[in-house]
Design a protein around this ligand. Structure first.
Ligand SMILES: *Cc1c(COP(=O)(O)O)cnc(C)c1O
Length: 419
C-alpha cells in the first residue's frame, strides 16, 4: 500500500499532483511520501510489538536526514555501515542507543567515532576487525558492545550481487568457526560480547531462507550459552523484498509471524535492519522526456534522468515500472527508456511496454525509494537531483538540486599548473 495514486488521470503523491512539483522545481527529482514511509515502518515494526525488539532502518537504502527523522520519530533506530552514515543518523536525531554498526571494512577512525557516541553495538565481521576494535576501545578507555556477524551459508535466492549469506560471500564469520572467535572475544578487556547478527541478502521474496538461517542461529546461540557466553541480542538483518513487478513477497506481518513462531522462547532482544521494504515503494523518480527516436530496430525514449541518478537497472538489470505522470491517450508502445549518459548501459527500462510519450512529457520511475538517490553519482558531471518529501497537501525540498559549483567543490588546480 502506498500513496502514489491517480486522481482524474494525474499521478498524485498523497494530495499533491506530481506535475505541479515538476513545474515548480524542475526535473528530475526523487519524491517521497511521508505517509507511506511511516505506514511502511509501522507495518514492519508493529507485528513485533509483543516481543522485545528494535527496528533499525538500513541507512544505506535511503540516507536523507529528513527520511531518517521520520523513523526516529516512530521509535526506530539506524543500521549504519560507515562513519558518514553515523553522522547522518545523529543529525537526524536517531538515539545512539538505537544504532547498530555493520560492514566488513570499518576503519579505526570510524570505530572511535562510534565508540564516543555510545552506539548500541558493533556487528563485527572478522577477527582482525575484533582486534582493531579492542585496540581502539582500550585507547579510549571504554568497552565496545559487540555482536558478531555470522555467515549461516543460506541461499537467499536473490540477485548474486545482493546475496550476502553464502559461504562464498565476503560477509561475516563462518558459523562453524565463529564459536572460537566468541571465546577469544570474551577474554578481551575492552570488548563486551552481547549478541549474534546475520544478514543473508536483499530483496528476498520468500520467508524460508530467513527461517532456515534463524534455525541455524538458534542452535549456535544454544552452543554459546552452553559455553557460558551470554547472548542478549539477536540481529536478524534486513532483506525483506518488495513488489517491483510480478514478485509476491511476504507481507511484513507474515514475515513477523514466521519469525516469532521460529524464535520460540529464545530470550533475546531482536534487532532488525529493514531498508528496502520500508523505503522502496515510498519513493519515485520523476523525469521528463527530452526526445523520442526510432532506431532501425527499436524505439528509444530519451529522458533527463540516467544511470547516475538511478543505478539499479544498469547495475542489477533491475525492473522499475514506468508510469505516465499525466495519463494521455492511454496508448502504450515497446521502447527503451534511456538517459543522457554516454554508456549503452544507461537505461531505466529496456524493451518495455511504456506510455507513448512526446518531448516534454513527465514519467514516473516507480519503486525508486530504496537504493535510488543513495546510490546516485555525479558521473558525466551531472549535478545530483533534488529530493522532495510530500506530507498530505504540502511538499518540501529535502535536498536541493546540486549546482555546477557543487560539482567542483574541493577541486584545485595546483600551483605548478598555474600561470
Ligand atoms: C543492506 C543491508 C541491510 C538492508 O537490506 P534491505 O534489503 O534493504 O532490507 C541490512 N543490513 C545489512 C548489514 C546490510 O548490508
Amino acid at each position: 500500500m502506498n500513496h502514489f495514486i491517480y486522481k482524474n488521470g494525474e499521478l498524485h503523491c498523497e494530495a499533491v499532483p506530481v506535475a505541479r512539483i515538476a513545474a515548480e522545481i524542475g526535473t528530475p527529482f526523487y519524491l517521497y511520501s511521508h505517509a507511506t514511509l511511516s505506514q511502511h515502518f509501522k507495518a514492519f515494526d508493529t507485528p513485533f510489538a509483543s516481543i522485545p525488539h528494535l527496528s533499525c532502518f538500513a541507512v544505506k537504502a535511503c540516507s536523507n536526514i529528513a527520511i531518517l527523522r521520520v523513523f526516529a520519530g516512530l521509535g526506530g533506530g539506524a543500521d549504519i555501515v560507515s562513519g558518514g552514515e553515523l553522522f547522518r543518523a545523529l543529525k537526524a536525531g536517531v538515539d545512539p542507543a538505537r544504532i547498530v554498526y555493520s560492514g566488513v571494512g570499518k576503519t579505526r577512525e570510524e570505530m572511535a567515532y562510534a565508540l564516543k557516541e555510545n552506539i548500541l553495538q558493533f556487528n563485527v565481521e572478522s577477527e582482525q576487525e575484533l582486534d582493531a576494535l579492542q585496540e581502539v576501545a582500550a585507547g579510549l578507555g571504554v568497552v565496545a558492545p559487540v555482536s558478531f556477524r555470522v555467515n549461516p551459508d543460506v541461499d537467499p535466492k536473490t540477485h548474486a550481487y545482493i546475496s550476502t549469506g553464502l559461504a562464498k560471500n565476503k560477509f561475516g564469520i563462518p558459523i562453524e568457526t565463529a564459536g572460537e572467535v566468541y571465546a577469544r572475544a570474551t577474554e578481551m578487556a575492552n570488548i563486551k560480547v552481547q549478541g549474534v547478527s546475520c544478514h543473508i541478502g536483499s530483496q528476498l521474496t520468500t520467508v524460508s531462507p530467513f527461517i532456515e538461517s534463524l534455525g541455524k542461529l538458534k542452535i549456535f546461540i544454544a552452543k554459546l550459552r552452553d559455553r557460558g557466553i551470554g547472548v542478549t541480542h539477536l540481529d536478524l538483518g534486513g532483506g525483506l523484498g518488495i513488489k517491483y513487478d510480478a514478485e509476491s513477497p511476504p507481507l511484513p506481518a507474515e514475515y513477523a509471524e514466521a519469525i516469532k513462531k521460529e524464535i520460540g522462547d529464545l530470550d533475546c532482544t531482536l534487532i532488525f535492519e529493514p531498508g528496502r521494504v520500508i523505503a522502496g515503494n515510498a519513493g519515485i523518480l520523476v523525469t521528463r522526456v527530452h526526445y523520442t527516436k526510432a532506431g532501425p530496430s527499436k524505439k528509444f525514449v530519451v529522458v533527463d534522468a540516467g544511470m547516475n541518478d538511478l543505478a539499479r537497472p544498469s547495475l542489477y538489470d533491475a525492473y522499475h515500472a514506468i508510469e505516465p505522470v499525466v495519463e494521455g491517450s492511454g496508448g502504450r508502445e515497446i521502447a527503451d527508456v534511456v538517459g543522457p549518459i554516454c554508456e549503452t548501459g544507461d537505461f531505466l527500462a529496456r524493451d518495455r511496454e511504456v506510455p507513448v510519450s512526446a518531448p516534454g512529457d513527465l514519467l514516473a520511475v516507480m519503486s525508486a525509494g530504496a537504493y535510488g538517490f543513495s546510490m546516485a553519482s555525479n558521473y558525466n558531471s551531472r549535478p545530483r537531483v533534488a529530493e522532495v518529501m510530500v506530507a498530505d497537501d504540502r511538499y518540501r525540498v529535502i535536498r536541493a538540486r546540486e549546482t555546477y559549483e557543487s560539482l567542483i567543490r574541493g577541486e584545485v588546480i595546483p600551483d605548478f599548473l598555474q600561470g
